[in-house]
Design a protein around this ligand. Structure first.
Ligand SMILES: [Zn+2]
Length: 255
C-alpha cells in the first residue's frame, strides 16, 4: 500500500489564494476504503463505483479481510493473481488483512487491525458490506468495520497511527441472500459496465471454472440495469446509509 495523498501544500513561496485553492481541491479528493470479506466481493458489489471513483481522481483502497481460499476451484496463488489482475483493471490499490477465510470473527484484534489501516490511509469514506447477509464472514466483516471506524478515532490507545474518524460510512451489497434490502441511493455506473465486467472475469476460478457461479455476472448486470432503471440511467449500483445523508445541493440529485 502506498501512502495516502498529502493534503499539505508544499513548503515555499505560495500565495494565499493558491494555498486556499489547493486546500479546496484537497478536500474534494476522497480517501476511500472499501472493506471486503473476500477478494472479489468489492468487485461484485461495487466494481463500477470503484472504477468511477478512481476515474474522478479519488484515492481508493480495497481492504480484503481474507485471501478467500479455499474455494472449490481456487488456490491461494491463483486467487492472489486473479485479485491482482482485478485491482489493475479497476486502477485502485489493495491490501489484505490476513484473517482466516471461513473463520472471520468480530474480535478486538481484528477491529484494531482495520483501524490501523484506516489511520494509515487517513480514510474519510468507508464502504462496507450490508449487515444482512447469509455468509458469517460477511456479517463479521461488517461488525469489525463498523467498530474499527469508531476505534480509529480514539486517542491514547494502542492502535498505531494518527487518529481519524471516517466521516462517511456506506454499505454496499455483496450479500449471499436473494435480496437487496432497502437501498438508500445509487451511483450511476453506466460508463463503467465494461470495466466492472473485466474486473469480475479476472476471477476465473470463481465465476467461470466453478460451474454453479457461471450465471453470477449476468445476474449482477441485470441487477445493475434494474437499479439504473430506477434512477434513469443504463446502469447503477445500490448503496445503503444508516446515517442521514446531506447532499451539498439539490442539483446533483437525480432523477
Ligand atoms: Zn465473500
Amino acid at each position: 500500500m502506498t501512502d495516502p495523498p498529502s493534503s499539505r501544500a508544499n513548503e515555499g513561496e505560495i500565495s494565499q489564494s493558491s494555498v486556499t485553492s489547493e486546500r479546496v481541491a484537497a478536500t474534494r479528493v476522497l480517501r476511500v476504503v472499501v472493506i471486503a470479506p473476500h477478494p472479489d466481493d468489492a468487485e461484485l458489489g461495487m466494481g463500477g463505483s470503484i472504477a468511477r471513483l478512481v476515474a474522478e481522481g479519488h484515492q481508493v483502497l480495497i481492504l480484503d479481510m481474507t485471501d478467500g481460499e479455499p474455494t472449490p476451484k481456487g488456490s491461494r496463488a491463483l486467487r492472489a493473481a486473479e485479485s491482482e489482475a482485478a485491482t489493475r483493471v479497476l486502477g485502485c490499490q489493495r491490501q489484505q488483512l490476513g484473517l482466516r477465510n471461513r473463520e472471520v470473527t468480530h474480535t478486538l484484534e481484528a477491529r484494531h487491525a482495520v483501524a490501523e489501516v484506516l489511520r494509515a490511509w487517513q480514510c474519510d469514506t468507508m464502504f462496507i458490506p450490508h449487515p444482512e447477509d447469509a455468509h458469517p464472514d460477511h456479517r463479521a466483516a461488517t461488525r469489525i468495520a463498523e467498530d474499527a471506524r469508531f476505534d480509529a478515532k480514539l486517542t491514547q490507545s494502542a492502535i498505531a497511527g494518527t487518529p481519524i474518524h471516517p466521516k462517511r460510512l456506506f454499505y454496499y451489497y455483496c450479500t449471499h441472500l436473494r435480496t437487496i434490502p432497502s437501498p438508500s441511493f445509487a451511483l450511476d455506473t453506466t460508463e463503467f459496465v465494461e470495466v466492472k465486467r473485466a474486473s469480475i472475469l479476472a476471477y476465473r476460478s470463481q465465476v467461470i471454472d466453478h460451474a454453479p457461479n457461471r450465471g453470477l455476472l449476468d445476474w449482477l448486470e441485470a441487477r445493475d440495469r434494474f437499479i439504473g432503471s430506477q434512477v434513469g440511467t443504463l446502469a447503477a449500483e445500490p448503496f445503503w446509509s444508516r446515517e442521514l445523508l446531506s447532499p451539498s445541493g439539490l442539483a446533483g440529485l437525480v432523477p
